[in-house]
Design a protein. Structure first.
Length: 119
């Protein structure tokens, strides 16, 4: 089992930056990639981006491309989400998730961390 734990959320103003962390414990060697999702009040959970553990390749949703950056520290089993030029519409609970392979579902989820961007 793998247990991701998010941290770093908070209240910021529009235009500010924030960095979220996702520390994964357990059998992390079995993980293929980790992703960030977000869920705004009354909306479905949306994909934000993902990173492949082995080579650091990243993929982003169009809505955050150019503003958000995902990175990882293999030694710490930690994935980061650097968010710049934050907008009020970025307000959501941000979740970290992991899976064993590209054809697997996102099996392992964190509890989420709240990000609120005020205008």
């Amino acid at each position: 089992q793998v247990q991701p734990v998010e941290s770093g959320g908070g209240l910021v103003q529009a235009g500010d930056s924030l960095r979220l962390s996702c520390a994964a414990s357990g059998r992390t060697v079995s993980m293929y990639d980790m992703a960030w999702f977000r869920q705004a009040p009354g909306k479905e959970r949306d994909f934000v981006g993902r990173i492949i553990w082995s080579d650091g390749s990243t993929y982003y949703a169009d809505s955050v491309k150019g503003r958000f950056t995902i990175s990882r520290d293999n030694a710490k089993n930690t994935v980061y989400l650097e968010m710049n030029s934050l907008k009020p519409e970025d307000t959501a609970v941000y979740y970290c998730a992991g899976r064993r392979g590209i054809f697997y579902s996102w099996q392992f989820w964190g509890q989420g961390t709240q990000v609120t961007v005020s205008s």
